[in-house]
Design a protein around this ligand. Sequence first.
Ligand SMILES: *Cc1c(COP(=O)(O)O)cnc(C)c1O
Length: 422
Amino acid sequence: MSASRHPALLSTDPELASFVAAEEVLQAQTLRLIPSENYVSAAVLEASGTVLQNKYSEGYPGRRYYEGQQNIDRVEALAIERAKGLFGVDHANVQPYSGSPANLAVYLAFAKPGDTVMGMALPMGGHLTHGWGVSATGSWFRGVQYGVRADTGLIDYDAVRDLALAERPKLIFCGGTALPRTIDFAAFAEIAREAGSILVADVAHIAGLIAGGAHPSPVDHVDVVSTTTHKTLRGPRGAMLMCREEHAKAIDKAVFPGLQGGPHNQTTAGIAVALHEAAQPSFTAYAHQVVANAKALAAALLQNGFDLVSGGTDNHLILIDLTGKDVPGKIAAKALDRAGIVVNYNTVPFDPRKPFDPSGVRIGTPSLTSRGLSTEHMPLVADWIARSVDAAAKGDEQALAAIRAEVTDLMAAFPAPGLPLS
Ligand SMILES: *Cc1c(COP(=O)(O)O)cnc(C)c1O
């Protein structure tokens, strides 16, 4: 298979080529439910693997520290224009290497080491870079953290306001990595205004839903929007920072020269292509289908007797709480992997277990929707998950192998974008 797909790689480095070929087969044959993953299009894949790779471009379009930018400037300017158009923002910086460095640039732009910053606690669904202790953002800054209510699994906006008014943080982050519900950006904006804080919406997970009109946009409510480009937005691994004109200089200075050197131009090209794709009507349909699939999958999981954090989902993501089952998250996740269903184990709010061996499994529908699965398939997916967790409890490897065969069969009928037919 790889012989025709990557001939130069195969002849130069057959060992590495064999790993890539195996990964292509794995991605083609499995049901990928990790909510932060997706399949980029063949066009994004091609743009990300071009000779733009060979060029150094420190600076910004029209203001570079290296010559020979005739084409690179056009690539980056196009990506910027498309980001501004798609999200309706004054300013976009498309250079951050990934979501974590993008967030670090926000700290650099607006805070000094030791300042108080506020975000959602990691075990509640927040991200490491929102001031959690083991992250640089939690050791160089003083992180104070909010969470969700134990009874509803929803963000407690009254508690967020009380904490913000008591702590007066320089920065407030909203958004996270395991939040199955709509974020109320207007409520956060009111709190940030009262507390005198810069408000950052980290929409890494939901950027594609926002672009496709399947989740409200934070743009009119927040000071800065931070996003990765590789999750629901379905671009290459990278990130963007977007803001109003008043913060443009601070953001650009923080990314370069504050934090980074030369931008990854091949990634910028891939981002430009992904933003073009995300502006098409087919992407709007995709974003709404992601949510419809997640809602159908959540309903089917509830019918199979699973507990879901917050009772369901409004977006692409579902957090299964296995506290009441005999099988903890990690054992369930590993059994699902053997059944050809790829998920990640995750803490649930107020988890009685440890982060490396937690009670939850986090799943999502961006990848399966990119392959064309729709709501009619979700009862089957829920049934596979239920049977796999059951098999994990009984140690029934044969049952897992049988499910894997069924999964491979269905996936063969829904080819993955950018991958060989399995
Ligand atoms: C994924 C994610 C990030 C980090 O992105 P990386 O590209 O993995 O560094 C930051 N914030 C949120 C909310 C995320 O979901």
